[in-house]
Every structure is written in C-alpha cells, then in structure tokens.
Design a binder for this molecule. Structure first.
Ligand SMILES: Cc1ncc(COP(=O)(O)O)c(C=O)c1O
Length: 385
C-alpha cells in the first residue's frame, strides 16, 4: 500500500479541477471555448532569442553541466539590466543567482530559512507557490488577506505579534497575480521595516515587472534604502519575453539570502541549460522595446474586456499592470458558481478567485492571453447574459 508523506497530503486541493473538467467536456461537445483562464502568453518568444538559442545549442560547450549559480555572462547581463531598468548596482558574483524559472526558486527558498513550526507570511489570494513551498519545507503559511479596501496590499499591523516573531519569511508580489494591484516604494519601505524589526526575510516576486501599461513603470523593492539588508527579489523572463516554456529567471538581493537559496539549489538541481541562459541575455538586452510592443497589445485587450465587464454592470478600476483582470462577481454568487455560469452560458473560461485562496472569493480572474478579436467575441457573449 503506497502512502504519501503528510506534507503531500496536507497540500491544498486543486480547486480548478471542476472548472477544468467542464471545460474539457464542452470542448468535446464541440463548443467554441474562449479560454481566458491561463496565465501563459499566447504570443511567441521573439525571433532574436530563438536565433540566439539555436546558435548556442550548436556549440558543444553548452552541452555539459552548467554552473550551479548561473553562467557569469548571464549574471552580468542581469546586473546590467537591473542597473538600466531600476538604477540598482549589484554584485554579479554574490547578489545574483540564475533560476530554472522563478517558480523553482520561490518553491525552494523556504527550505533555506524555515524550520519546523516557523511561519511564513503569505498573501491571500496569491500565486500558490509561496504557501506550498512553505508546506514542503515543513513550515506553516500564515495568511495575509489582500482586500480591496487596502488596495490589495497586506495590512502588516494586523499580523499578531506571536506570529510576527516566528515569521521567517514574508512574500509579496507587485504587480500582483491575481489582483493586478501595484505597489509603490512607500509600501515597500513598510515591508522592509517589518523585515528588519522581526528578522524576517522579505521575498518580492517581481515576475510581472515588465507587463505594465499607460506609462506605469513597476519599481523594484531593491530601489528602496535598506532593502539589501533583508530582501530578495525574483525576476522571470517568462512573462517579460514570452518565454514560459524556456524556464529561465533569476533572484537577486541580499548576498546571504542569495547564498542560502544557492545552497538548497546546489543540492537539488544542476543549473539552467547554458544555451537558454545565453539566449536569455538577448531577451534582457531587448526587453525595453519588447515591453513597449507587448504593453500596447495587452492594453488593447484589457480595454476590450473592460467594455464588456462595464456593460454587465461590473464596476472596477482599470488595471495598469499584469495581463489579468480581477473582476468582482456580480450579485452574491460564489466565484466557482460564477465561473461555471460563464462557461455554461457563454463558453468563456475564467478562473474562480477562491482558487487563489479564501480571500479571493467574490472575484474571478480573466487573463488577457487571447487575441483581441477573441476577447471582443467574449464580450459580445457576456453582453447577452
Ligand atoms: C506571481 C507569479 N510568480 C511567479 C510565477 C512563475 O513564473 P516562472 O516560473 O515561469 O518564472 C508566476 C507564473 O504564473 C506568477 O504568476
């Protein structure tokens, strides 16, 4: 009889399973589904990155085990990008580590800092890996509700002092998935002060830093004085350069925190394929022009979707970052019920907010990862509901 470990059986259930099942059923029945559920860019990786990969893959020197902490040239390019983009000077040797996608680093970092019984402070609703990485490290995630009245930012004053004392890590993510909220440096300063007061490692997930519109530029937490004392920031090329399948990102910040993550990784993986790291250098070097191109596309899609939501009487502000729209569920319906209703009546897939945590109840998340014509079709169908 096979028995799973408690840490596996205690993982939260996959709440999208029911909606997924119905989606596949509808597809089987021949229904034209407009899938606004997935957080995966629909547009290809730019050609210059693909060309660079092909060239690098033909060089046998890329075929061996890569360096654990990442190739020097990739880390130098990441330092150069952080300097150009945020004005931050970093040490490529000590303050940057290459990741096999940022999810890998986020999932591994609790193992470096959390002992049994320690808390990590996790936003809710959130990208699930903060709490799941904690559970896999035998720690206890403590929910920080992200509420509309606080601009979807955690209220740090509400964290009980006994929890704060045992909080080894605090996760934040702005621009935010799933709420699309943004944060300013004043908020980051509050988080840094909390980290310094409580000896808590601050993890900022900046995966959507380059998915912004209307002239908004997302900051790095590392721009704020004091951040290098207690923070690490995760960056990903997945959303920035349409490279989700390539598995490449990096973490940067306080040297001891980066070293801690490196100690875990050194024992569980053997680094990212060197040819991918070399191609990612080209992605970073062109990220500014690519960002402008993509932001125009997502902005058009966002505006098209909001026309539909407003027509349905859904009131919400225009998000200025991420490719998500976090829409309040009309009436008093549960988010799963509403997602099923959209699927059943209009063939539209949206993600129920509760799947991101209990404080996501009352919302559904629409992804702008479909062409604008499809989003317009979705809007037409929603208008008829
Ligand atoms: C908030 C957030 N962080 C991190 C990731 C992981 O990105 P990747 O592992 O592709 O770098 C995602 C992916 O959806 C995300 O939404």
């Amino acid at each position: 009889m096979i028995k799973y470990a408690d840490r596996i059986t205690s993982l939260p259930p996959y709440l999208f399973a029911e909606v997924d099942r119905e989606k596949h059923q509808k597809i089987k029945e021949g229904v034209d589904i407009i899938d606004l559920g997935v957080g995966d860019p629909d547009m290809p990786t730019p050609d210059y990155v693909i060309d660079s990969l092909c060239k690098a893959a033909h060089d046998p020197e890329t075929h061996q085990y890569p360096s654990y902490s990442g190739s020097t040239v990739f880390r130098d390019a990441a330092v150069e990008w952080m300097k150009k983009r945020f004005g931050i000077k970093l040490d490529a040797e000590k303050e940057i580590i290459t990741l096999i996608g940022s999810k890998e680093g986020i999932a591994h970092i609790p193992s470096a800092f959390v002992n049994v019984g320690d808390y990590t402070l996790c936003p809710n609703p959130a990208y699930p890996v903060y709490s799941i990485g904690t559970i896999l490290a035998d720690g206890t995630p403590y929910d920080m509700p992200l509420l509309a009245e606080n601009g979807f930012k955690p209220d740090l004053a509400k964290i009980p002092s006994d929890v704060a004392k045992k909080a080894k890590m605090l996760f934040i993510n702005y621009p935010n998935n799933p709420t699309a909220a943004t944060a300013d440096k004043k908020f980051f300063k509050e988080v840094i002060d909390f980290g310094k007061d409580h000896g808590t490692v601050i993890v900022h997930d900046n995966a959507y830093s380059e998915v912004t519109y209307d002239g908004y530029n997302a900051p790095s937490i590392l721009e704020v004085p004091g951040a290098m004392d207690c923070c690490i920031e995760f960056h990903s090329l997945s959303k920035t350069s349409n490279m989700t399948g390539w598995r490449i990102g990096f973490a940067t910040g306080n040297a001891e925190i980066v070293t801690g993550l490196g100690k875990v990784k050194m024992n569980v993986d053997s680094g990212a394929f060197l040819a991918v790291q070399l191609a990612a250098i080209d992605a970073l070097r062109h990220s500014d022009t690519f960002k402008q191109k993509m932001s125009k596309i997502y902005r058009e899609r966002r505006d098209a979707l909001l026309v539909g939501l407003y027509a349905m009487g859904i009131e919400m502000e225009k998000p200025k970052a991420t490719f998500y729209v976090w829409a309040p569920v009309p009436g008093k319906h549960a988010s799963i019920e509403y997602a099923k209703f959209l699927l059943e009546k209009a063939g539209i897939v949206a993600t129920p907010g509760v799947g991101f945590g209990k404080y996501g109840e009352g919302y559904v998340r629409f992804s702008l990862t479909r062409p604008v014509e499809r989003i317009r079709q979705a809007v037409e169908r929603m208008k008829d509901l």
